[in-house]
Design a protein around this ligand. Structure first.
Ligand code: NAI
Length: 338
């Protein structure tokens, strides 16, 4: 390490110890895949979050540079970088929340499932580390295909004997963020005033916006419903095509990931009434995993809300979503079991 980084590291250590003595509030958060397109802006935004006292940035490339850069921000969190598999355990030890955006993104013409081959193994390895070093941490899985990577994570944790369904959350927040934006556009409202539940999963038809449950209460024409459902389901592809080979959503995803991580941290702190959509182990349908609204508390997703009343359009969408989800979940489970 260059001397300036060594000094910074030892000062950071002192500051962390100081904080520990003074019991300053704050959580320890690790980002795995922190040097990537999502990882970098996610690290930036987490460094700005006052609930974070320690921020660990792990990747297999480029973390020294990203860490040196982010660590110069004059916000509270102490930042440390970890590079390569040999440092994974140090990156994870003692963490309260682990966010995983590691893995390859889509290129035009690819589905999220096309990423399975590479990302399944990456998520498996990272989750083995979590089971060993911070089995009580809340885990936010961003790596695609989320519909399969969350079941993979669950199987790894089950094998290790550490599985707690409340603590494993697939991040579908970007679908909600997009839905709020597109619905607000149609209604002529400020997106901050709009709340669209998006259930199911995180790929194509498994992304099911419940437009009949939008807040504030409103109604749409049949044409608006078709337009909004299609745009929300294919928002990711819209970005992949616009980036034309340079990756998928990274900036809006980092924003969504931080919105979700912040909700998890406020839940951990004991705030009441923290509700967000997430892809979790669930009994809301006959499938073992499903995205719905969940209430986040001190132990993770403490309550999973039912779907609520659906109209005919949504009931048809739900059947399609469940058909595709069943296969994606099974694919993840058998990747570990076989
Ligand atoms: P990227 O390729 O820019 O970054 C991925 C990072 O992961 C790279 O820095 C890479 O070095 C790192 N990485 C690879 N193998 C690793 C390993 N074994 N351990 C730790 N880090 C490793 O990709 P980007 O755009 O950041 O996307 C990351 C993932 O997030 C993709 O799978 C993408 O499909 C997914 N994604 C998920 C969304 C969601 O809503 N859940 C939305 C957008 C993307």
């Amino acid at each position: 390490q260059p001397p300036n980084l060594q000094i910074e590291e030892s000062r950071n250590l002192e500051r962390t110890n100081c904080r520990a003595k003074g019991a300053a509030p704050g959580f320890k958060v690790a980002i795995l895949g922190a040097a990537g397109g999502i990882g970098q802006p996610l690290a930036l935004l987490m460094k700005m979050n006052p609930l974070v006292s320690v921020l660990h940035l792990y990747d297999v490339v480029n973390t020294p540079g990203v860490t040196a850069d982010i660590s110069h921000m004059d916000t509270g969190a102490v930042v440390r970088g970890f590079l390569g598999q040999a440092q994974l355990e140090d990156a994870l030890t003692g963490m309260d929340l682990v966010i995983i955006p590691a893995g390859v993104p889509r290129k035009p013409g690819m589905t999220r499932d096309d990423l399975f081959k590479i990302n399944a193994g990456i998520v498996k390895t990272l989750c083995e580390g979590i089971a060993k070093c911070c089995p009580k941490a809340i885990v936010n899985v961003i790596s695609n295909p989320v519909n399969s990577t969350v079941p993979i994570a669950a199987e790894v944790f089950k094998r290790a004997g550490t599985f707690d369904p409340k603590r494993l959350l697939g991040v579908t927040m970007l679908d909600v963020v997009r839905a709020n934006t597109f619905v607000a556009e149609v209604l002529g409202l400020d997106p901050r005033d709009v709340d669209v539940p998006v259930v199911g999963g995180h790929a194509g038809v498994t992304i099911l916006p419940l437009l009949s449950q939008v807040k504030p209460p409103c109604s749409f024409t049949a044409q608006e419903i078709d337009y909004l459902t299609d745009r929300i389901q294919n928002g990711g592809t819209e970005v992949v095509e616009a980036k034309a080979g340079a990756g998928s959503a990274t900036l809006s995803m980092a924003y969504a990931a931080v919105k979700f991580a912040d909700a998890c941290l406020r839940g951990l702190r004991g705030d009441s009434g923290i509700v967000q959509c997430a892809f979790v182990a669930s009994q809301v349908t006959e499938l073992p995993f499903f995205a719905t609204k969940v209430r986040l508390g001190r132990t993770g997703a403490e309550e999973i809300y039912p779907l609520g009343p659906l109209n005919e359009y949504e009931r048809v969408g739900l059947e399609k979503a469940k058909n595709e989800l069943a296969g994606s979940i099974e694919k993840g489970v058998s990747f570990i079991r076989k």
